[in-house]
Each structure stands twice: as C-alpha cells, then as structure tokens.
Design a binder for this molecule. Structure first.
Ligand SMILES: [Zn+2]
Length: 312
C-alpha cells in the first residue's frame, strides 16, 4: 500500500501523505526493495512549522492510587521529570491493545509491563515455531509447538505479576477489531500484514483511539503515532495495499527490539504526558548506517478512514 511501490496509484493522482522526498515506508520497506522513490520536495498541505498540539489522553476515571510496594518498584522512573507519581498512576490505570506480540510487539509488551502498565490486551494466534526465536523474545525454545499467546503472557507475568493480561489467541481481523479496540485506551500496531493493519486503523479511527504505528524491515524501522482527527492515519499514509509485500521478510531481532522499545516509549508519552509523542512525524531509522530522520505527515481530506473526522 505504499504509493511509491504502486505506480497505478501514483498515476491516479493519489499523493503520499508524507513530506520529505522519500516513499512512505509503511510496513515499510518497499523502498528497500528497490521501488522508485518519489521526487523530493514539499507536499501540498504541509503542516511544517504549524503543527497543532498533540491530544492529551483524558482518563475516564481518576487513575488508581499506588501502594508502597509499587512506589518502590517504579521509584526510578517516578523520579523522572514530567512523570512523577501522577504519571505512574496513569500508567496503572491504562489499557493498551497490542496487535501481535512477536519480535516487535513482544518488545513493546515487555517494556510496558516493566513500566507498570495496568492492563495489556494481547492478540496473537498460532503456536511457537523455531523460526520465531531469532526475534520473538517472549517465546522460548521449550515452548515450540505451544501457544504463542500463553508463552507471552507467562513471561510478562514473571516480569510483573501486577499486570492484568487479556490474552486473545487470534490475530486482529475486521471481525474482531472493533471489540478489541473498544477495550483499550491506546492501540499498538505491530502486525505483519496489511489486512490486519487496515482493520486496526479503521477500528481505531472510528473509536477515536490513538495508535502507535511501528514497523520494521531489514535494518530499518518506522514509527509514528496516529491521533484521530489530529494527525494522518495509516490510510492517509498508505491509501492502497502493497502489491509486493510478502509475509516473510528479512529481520534481525535486535532491530525489532529497538523499534518495539521506541514504540513503548511512545505509549508511555501518550498516557502520561511525559513528552510530546511523534505527532505529525514519521521517524525513519536506518540501523545499518545509524541514520535517523523525521518526516512530516499530513491528513488526506478524502481518506476513507479518517477524512470524516472533525479536526480535534
Ligand atoms: Zn486517514
């Protein structure tokens, strides 16, 4: 669904909603596969220099209090300027849906569990395979053939037994996306397939839930935070599915881990207000060369998933 990898959509005049002169790297990477880049230059509708503020997550109820054991456990981060006990309470009161807990989503889940998130809703189907183990850090060799979601849940509870886990032994699809997204304050999209990503995006935009959108390929990572009615959504960035994307792709676990760790940080920023998340910005990192850059994103007014939302 990368317009740059789909000459038809470019010819039809569908502009990419990323400015900066590179192809939007969605589930990324079509650029790495040798597809033509878009010409450099500013895109129409640039938001450069006039970016609105990020939305604050307003918890529906006052966040729960902390006991002394929790203050001790999270003391090193409670000391952070901008987090404090109030931020820790917001983490405790938050629910986060993670679509897949493999190489990418597993790292997100691990750092959110360590940070004291209250509730994780984890969706991932299937049994552990040997080929998962180069990157899926919540899986074990002894668990090959057994449920991925059970292994992930056990490992996370070993780390933080206070954590509440809602374990969904299936992947997100158009059939279950609305119900799962409705249970979450924040959604993390770490799915490998466009069908899943589109289902998450549509449901999240409809339910007005922010989405931390992260993706990896080879030694590249892409990360942005989608805020309904404020920023571009995934469909704005990738109006059409890729015709070249393949389920299996080259990836190193350390790269998934970096991307997942950054995505967890985005979630923490969103929930606590610790710092501004990647609003209207797509972080692109090439870890072969250790080069990092941020591209501006913009909404498409005719986007089928978010075009109807009033500007927040
Ligand atoms: Zn959109």
């Amino acid at each position: 669904m990368n317009p740059a990898s789909n000459p038809g959509s470019v010819a039809a005049g569908v502009p990419p909603a990323v400015e900066g002169g590179v192809s939007p790297p969605g589930i990324l990477v079509q650029a790495s596969q040798g597809h033509p880049h878009l010409p450099p230059g500013k895109m129409p509708g640039s938001t450069a220099g006039k970016m609105p503020a990020a939305a604050n997550l307003a918890p529906p109820t006052p966040p729960p209090s902390l006991d002394d054991a929790e203050r001790e456990t999270y003391g090193w981060q409670i000391d952070l300027d901008g987090l404090g006990e109030s931020g820790q309470r917001q983490l405790k009161g938050a629910s986060v849906l993670i679509s897949r807990v493999g190489g990418l989503g597993g790292a997100v889940a691990q750092y959110l569990a360590a940070a004291g998130i209250g509730r994780l809703i984890l969706a991932h189907g299937g049994p552990i395979r040997p080929s998962d183990l180069n990157r899926q850090i919540l899986m074990t060799h002894a668990g090959i053939g057994q449920s991925r979601i059970d292994s992930a849940s056990r490992r996370l509870l070993d780390l933080n037994p206070r954590l509440e886990i809602v374990a969904i032994p299936e992947n997100i699809s158009p059939a279950n996306a609305d119900a799962l997204v409705a249970q979450a304050d924040v959604v993390v999209d770490a799915a490998p397939l466009f069908t899943e990503r589109y289902a998450i995006n549509r449901a999240a935009m409809a339910a007005r839930r922010p989405v931390v959108e992260c993706a990896v390929y080879d030694l590249e990572l892409h990360l942005t935070t989608l805020q309904p009615g404020i920023t571009a959504c995934l469909r704005c960035l990738y109006p059409e599915p890729s015709t070249t994307w393949q389920r299996r792709f080259p990836i190193l676990g350390a790269v998934s881990g970096v991307a997942g760790t950054l995505a967890a940080l985005e979630v923490i920023k969103l929930i606590t207000g610790l710092e501004r998340p990647l609003t209207h910005q797509l972080l692109v990192a090439n870890l072969r060369t250790m080069s990092w850059r941020k591209l501006h994103t913009r909404r498409l007014s005719d986007c089928p998933d978010c075009g109807h939302l009033p500007h927040a």
